[in-house]
Design a protein around this ligand. Structure first.
Ligand SMILES: NC(=O)C1=CN([C@@H]2O[C@H](COP(=O)(O)OP(=O)(O)OC[C@H]3O[C@@H](n4cnc5c(N)ncnc54)[C@H](O)[C@@H]3O)[C@@H](O)[C@H]2O)C=CC1
Length: 338
């Protein structure tokens, strides 16, 4: 049975236009409509749920089983918090639309950075935690949703002025765009495309590390796409630059929004080199090290559960499960074992 949406738009209910759609389709259409229709979005905010942030740090709550979840407040609860802490009720209007729950409830995020952090934490029974930590405390779909929310809030905080005229930009109600008040130029939130590739020579896979990585950690090779490049061109260039290899047989695996340090759009691929052309020539200005790893070494690293103790890193430590790099490495190991 389809859940019926009951937000009044232009004198008709959503339920009439979406009655024949699946739950997924109706959710996608609702979000798309809310991006375009300020009045509908303002109405949805009154009944929506809100993820709070403080200077871009999400508010998390510990739940009885010891895990964490993002604090999700109803907009009336947020109003009550604002009132109790002496903030303007109009602050709620700064909320940015991030999606729609499976119960067809619009989801928003709001940065309350101008309020006292400890006071909000106390009233909401939660803690604002830096995204670099919070992202890995969360599981399932919550981690990417919180990352998306932070990325949108950051984009609004840093795009208040038009880069052509220097004049202020105004956001629409959902926060899906900003418009220059003088020139009418429309700005949309952006992500930087990054190609990430797991290269194999048939028996081994190529992993590299930067000096900033934790000791023992190696990852798939990654790099930002240059303007005008295709995914394949960027991938071949990055592997040539960083490892001195020429790859072939590129296949796409999957993608991911990666919030660190800013919004990257990670495009994950596999690629191959011929065993006779697998001699590495590492560019040490880009990578501290890059090496070929055997299936045995990779499988042992995939079996490690907890982060390594400080001072005693294992021979190989892989990126966390949330990272597309982890997925590429696991896929490669599974294919080798087939
Ligand atoms: N989710 C995952 O599994 C992984 C994600 N990553 C991410 O991929 C991205 C790229 O990785 P690396 O190349 O190793 O990063 P990096 O941070 O070493 O960047 C390399 C260089 O690219 C340039 N750069 C920075 N931002 C740029 C932009 N927006 N457009 C074009 N060039 C830019 C700078 O000169 C920088 O020094 C990083 O954001 C990193 O966090 C990297 C590995 C795994």
């Amino acid at each position: 049975m389809l859940k019926q949406l009951r937000i009044l738009v232009s004198g008709r209910t959503w339920s009439s236009s979406l009655r024949h759609c699946s739950g997924f389709v109706s959710r996608m259409r609702l979000v798309n409509q809310l991006k375009q229709d300020d009045a509908a979005c303002a109405a949805a905010l009154q009944t929506g749920s809100i993820f709070l942030f403080h200077r871009l740090n999400p508010l998390l709550q510990r739940i009885p089983n010891g895990t964490f979840r993002p604090a999700t407040l109803h907009s009336t609860e947020v109003q009550a918090v604002l009132q109790r802490l002496g903030a303007e009720g109009s602050l709620l209007q700064d909320s940015v639309l991030i999606g729609c729950s499976e119960q067809n409830q619009a989801q928003f995020c709001l940065d309350v950075g101008q309020l006292d952090q400890a006071a909000v934490e106390e009233v909401c029974d939660g803690k604002f935690i830096a995204l670099r930590k919070a992202f890995f405390l969360l599981t399932g779909a919550e981690a990417p949703l919180v990352a998306k929310a932070q990325a949108l809030l950051r984009w609004h905080q840093t795009n208040g002025f038009c880069s052509a005229t220097g004049q202020p930009t105004q956001r629409n109600q959902s926060g899906s765009q900003r418009v220059c008040s003088s020139s009418g130029i429309v700005y949309y939130p952006t992500m930087s495309p990054v190609v990430i590739v797991l290269v194999s020579d048939g028996k081994r896979c190529l992993l590299g590390r930067q000096s900033s990585f934790p000791k023992g950690m190696y990852s798939a090779l990654a790099g930002f796409c240059d303007m005008g490049e295709t995914l394949e061109e960027a991938l071949c260039r990055e592997v040539a630059e960083e490892a001195g290899l020429q790859v072939h047989s590129i296949s796409y695996s999957g993608s991911q929004h990666w919030p660190f340090p800013h919004s990257s759009f990670m495009l994950g691929c596999h690629a191959a080199v011929r065993p006779e052309h697998s001699q590495l020539s590492v560019d040490h200005s880009e990578l501290e090290d890059a090496r070929w790893f055997s299936l045995q070494e990779v499988s042992a690293a995939l079996r490690l559960q907890a982060p390594p103790p400080r001072g005693a890193p294992p021979p190989l430590w892989l990126p966390p499960k949330h990272a597309v790099a982890h997925r590429l490495i696991r896929e490669w190991a599974e294919r080798q074992s087939d």
